[in-house]
Design a binder for this molecule. Structure first.
Ligand code: SF4
Length: 370
């Protein structure tokens, strides 16, 4: 198959998650919804369950307004909206982490608004690196295991977790390889997004198999030339209209620091005797993310390093509206880009936005600076 055929397969998965969920259910599998940003998917997978991402959608918010004020991020609001409207019917439970204040409220609202799908909290520690932080993470994972046992009738074993860790580590490696190949291969911003988005709706072993083939085909294919090269950073880069504006203006995404994309694949579970300890250690080892406490803001240095490493000429910040953690990071990113001689642009994104006319004008003006 050609690269385009593999991309078409991933586009289908990215655009029809419900079809994939129904396929898994018809195979007798149980599906567990996983909310942003990090959940122990290895654990869920090891219990024979299918973890599927829920990051909201570009839908109108009506019912969720009864639970949320207007000034909260639309990812949260649309997850709840879709839950209330029955879009996730069939899943056995939803795991919601506590990584930002909005996420904490999602779990509490879910309990009342979507009573038929059990809410499983995953509480992460603020200080994730010291021994007591790792212990806290491990206790959170044990709570998830016990809640999944009740909600889905699934059983846990350390041996199965060790196997799932291998599956996820391989997927991480293949996705990192894709991100590097995509920095030069001929690929649109929308196609690049499809590869990352589809990963949320397929079992990792299935997604790994397709992306391996895609990587091989892309390596043989032509390179993108003559485009403006940018690094994109933010929570989500998933708006088809916005990605089309980047493509129409000859802007190539050469790397990303996006929570829904590469941030998921940076760190593997280390090789340790006990797989639960290893999984908790993985969370401790993670860095360079808005949601992970870091008073030194090393994420800012990471963005500049990666922009340089991938020969980017500029950085586009996709700022999720009403996302406090991301807003706090913007000024240091802007200053660091200026110091490094990188052009930068801040675009506000929202799951509710249908008209990106203003963003289009800003992107056009940004492109003319190259
Ligand atoms: S987009 Fe921001 S506010 Fe919304 S859930 Fe993610 S981190 Fe929290």
């Amino acid at each position: 198959m050609t690269a385009n055929e593999w991309l078409a397969k991933l586009h289908e998965a990215a655009s029809c998650p419900k079809k994939h969920m129904e396929r898994y259910l018809s195979q007798g599998k149980k599906v567990v919804a996983v909310a942003p940003v990090y959940t122990p998917m290895e654990l869920i997978h090891s219990m024979g369950l299918v973890p599927m991402g829920v990051w909201g959608a570009d839908v109108e918010i009506k019912e969720a307004k009864k639970y949320y004020p207007a000034f909260i991020c639309s990812i949260m609001q649309t997850i709840l909206e879709m839950g209330i409207k029955g879009e996730y019917d069939g899943v056995s439970a939803i795991v919601i982490p506590s990584l930002c204040d909005s996420l904490k409220t999602l779990g509490q609202n879910w309990k009342y608004a979507v009573k038929e799908i059990p809410f499983i909290p995953m509480s992460y520690p603020q200080n994730r690196k010291p021994d007591y932080g790792i212990k806290f993470t491990k206790a959170g994972y044990q709570r998830v295991i016990s809640d999944l046992t009740i909600a889905a009738g699934a059983q846990f074993s350390e041996a199965a977790l060790a196997e799932s860790i291998k599956v996820y580590n391989e997927h991480n490696q293949v996705m990192r390889e894709f991100a590097e190949i995509a920095s030069t291969a001929r690929l649109t911003a929308a196609e690049r997004n499809d590869v990352f988005k589809s990963a949320w709706f397929m079992l990792p072993e299935e997604h790994t198999a397709v992306v391996k083939e895609l990587n091989a085909a892309l390596k043989e294919g032509p390179e993108d030339e003559g485009k403006a090269r940018v690094l994109v950073t933010g929570i989500l880069a998933d708006s088809p209209s916005l990605l089309k504006i980047l493509d129409d203006n000859g802007i190539k995404v050469v790397f990303d620091d996006v929570a829904h994309e590469s941030r998921q694949y940076r760190i593997d579970v280390p090789d340790m005797a006990n797989p639960m300890d290893a999984l908790a250690q993985k969370f401790a080892d993670m860095d360079n993310c808005t949601l992970l406490y870091d008073k030194e803001k090393k994420r800012v240095d990471y963005i500049i390093e990666q922009a340089k490493a991938h020969s980017a000429d500029g950085v586009i910040v996709l700022m999720t509206k009403f996302c406090d953690p991301e807003e706090f990071d913007y000024v240091p990113i802007k200053r660091a880009c200026e110091a490094a001689g990188l052009k930068h642009l801040n675009i506000e994104v929202d799951r509710q936005m249908v008209n990106y006319q203003q963003a289009g004008t800003m992107i056009q003006a940004f492109k003319e600076m190259f």
